[in-house]
Write a new protein. Sequence first.
Length: 119
Amino acid sequence: MTFDLLLDGGGMNISNGEEVMASRLRVDPIDLRMSADHMDMHRADLAAAHTAADDAIEGAQAGWVGTSAAALQAKFVEWQATTTKLCDDVAAHGAAYTAAADGYSKNDVDSAEAVNRTL
């Protein structure tokens, strides 16, 4: 099931190479849930790639000494914090897609119940 949302001139649609104001936004909760699943896969891929890089850096640290070792360690900690933030951001986007899908689905059920009460 898809939902058409009327917009008050708030969306852009590209049609035949021209920008025109969109009057509707078509939303499919299933597509939103699939996108949330994809975000989770992207987060897992990102975490795996960064974990592999972290392992390689940790392995290389043994050969570093003095200020070079300290600088590498400081940068390593910074990179790990960045990885955590990126993974958290991707997870938050996935959660937002899921919440939106849940909201549209709940609204549909609530609207159907309201219509049924009037019959």
